[in-house]
Design a protein around this ligand. Structure first.
Ligand code: NAD
Length: 423
């Protein structure tokens, strides 16, 4: 495998995404015109969002929405609230959504949005105003058949409820299918909250089977303890894995005996205490947790955690990317060299968008499924997608990440050819 990808700025996620796309497109011998078409987003918008703060002062927040592709269906992608949001990051995430939806073969394109703000420092009232004004400004862009947002870093079910309500007020009808990841009482899907973590659990199970490893002797380290990290930790703990490392923005904790994950969830999520203060274990900086002894490492926080500078220090046999873009393009070849079995983000964390798709289907039908039905269908999708990627990797002698991109680009390019170019 000759996957040495060249980028100018390793930490620019857009460059990382582009480098992988370019490599995979070349291996597919994608026609030059199609390459150009798929390389650029379809639309992007910058919004300046005026919001009255709690003290009566007016503040203006910057937000973005990028629609990368609607070739296979409406745009689909989360809204992120974070101080580090950039247009380049949102562009990369929007393109990843196109590839992710294609890898798991659901009828969506790709989109992403974000607002530069720190939700931990803003009151619920201010967050609600930001969300509502952001949604109102995008009311012509969004819609069940146009672009369907979902939660991401710094947003949650409540944020999605505000998006649904604001859009519905503008369209003069209750439109639950405009957004996914909503509360159950508002057209949300059973199993959506756990879906991304459950997807990680399923693909890790497949990887263990492929590599002849056993759950009981598999130690797992997870960075990030929000939706994806905490749900992955809980489900893997109940499935018999030993969770030996956990981290969030406040720092990491390593305990070779394994954590009582429900107790940590209670500590962090119910009692609101900092994760590193949980009794038991050795405290470490958050990023360091990734390089501790384990068989599976599951980054589920932010981008650029595994780079060409530190990838050599990874001890895990399996890297399951719960987060989007936790590994830089320049680190890929280091991981290949070490023989790490990578389950790339566009496959590993696709459980979330898959159940979002189920939520959209249920909302449009006005008929809701049992949780076991949701989980069963999710299992089918994740297992067959894993098999398709691994099979492609073997057949084309590329790593799993490039294989996932190839599967996805091939599917989108086929749809594009069938549709043709309008005007
Ligand atoms: P979240 O906001 O619920 O949780 C984020 C977690 O990361 C928190 O524990 C936070 O403390 C931690 N974190 C934030 N900044 C950090 C830093 N600098 N260092 C270490 N930890 C840090 O977000 P989430 O929804 O769990 O999303 C996490 C990642 O998973 C993101 O990359 C997101 O794009 C991706 N993802 C989420 C979903 C989903 O369904 N929520 C689906 C697919 C992918």
């Amino acid at each position: 495998m000759d996957t040495v990808l060249s980028v100018h700025n390793e930490l620019n996620v857009y460059e990382s995404a582009e480098a992988r796309f370019e490599f995979a497109a070349r291996r597919l011998r994608l026609e030059e015109g199609l390459y150009k078409y798929l390389k650029y987003p379809s639309k992007e918008i910058t919004l300046y969002i005026p919001v009255t703060l709690d003290d009566g002062q007016l503040e203006v927040f910057t937000g973005y929405r990028v629609l990368h592709s609607t070739v296979r269906g409406p745009g689909k992608g989360g809204i992120r609230f974070s101080p580090d949001v950039t247009l380049d990051e949102i562009r990369a995430l929007a393109a990843w959504m196109t590839w992710k939806c294609a890898v798991v073969n659901i009828p969506f394109g790709g989109a992403k949005g974000g607002v530069i703000c720190d939700p931990s420092k803003l009151s619920p009232l201010v967050l609600e105003r930001i969300t509502r004004r952001y949604t109102a400004e995008l009311s012509e862009w969004l819609g069940p058949e146009r672009d369907v947002p979902a939660p991401d870093l710094g947003t949650n079910e409540q944020t999605m409820a505000w998006v649904m309500d604001t859009y519905s007020m503008h369209s003069r009808q209750a439109t639950t299918a405009v957004v996914t990841g909503k509360p159950l009482d508002l057209g949300g899907s059973r199993g959506r909250r756990e879906a991304t973590g459950r997807g990680c659990l399923i693909v890790c199970g497949k990887a263990l089977a492929k590599l002849g490893m056993k759950r009981e002797s598999t130690r797992v380290v997870i960075q990030g303890f929000g939706n994806v990290g905490s749900m992955s930790a809980m489900l893997m703990h109940h499935a018999g894995y030993k969770i030996v490392g956990l981290a969030d923005i406040h720092g990491g904790l390593y305990n070779e005996k394994g954590f009582d994950v429900p107790a940590v969830i209670d500590w962090v999520c119910t009692q609101g205490k900092p994760l590193p203060e949980f009794p038991g274990g050795t405290k470490l900086p958050s990023q360091e947790i990734l390089f501790q002894p384990c068989e599976i490492v599951l980054p589920a926080a932010i981008e650029n955690q595994i780079t060409s500078k530190n990838a050599e220090r990874l001890q895990a046999r399996i890297l399951c990317e719960g987060a989007n873009g936790p590994t830089t393009a320049s680190a890929d070849s280091v991981l290949d060299g070490k023989g790490v079995f990578v389950i790339p983000d566009i496959l590993a964390n696709a459980g979330g968008v898959t159940v979002s798709y189920f939520e959209w289907v249920q909302d449009r039908q006005g008929f809701f499924w049992r949780e076991s039905e949701v989980n069963e269908r999710l299992q089918d999708v994740m297992e067959s997608s894993f098999d398709a990627v691994v099979q492609y990797a073997g057949q084309h002698r590329v790593n799993n990440r490039i294989a996932a991109y190839m599967v996805a680009i091939d599917r989108v390019a086929r749809a594009l050819k069938l549709r043709g170019i309008y005007a």
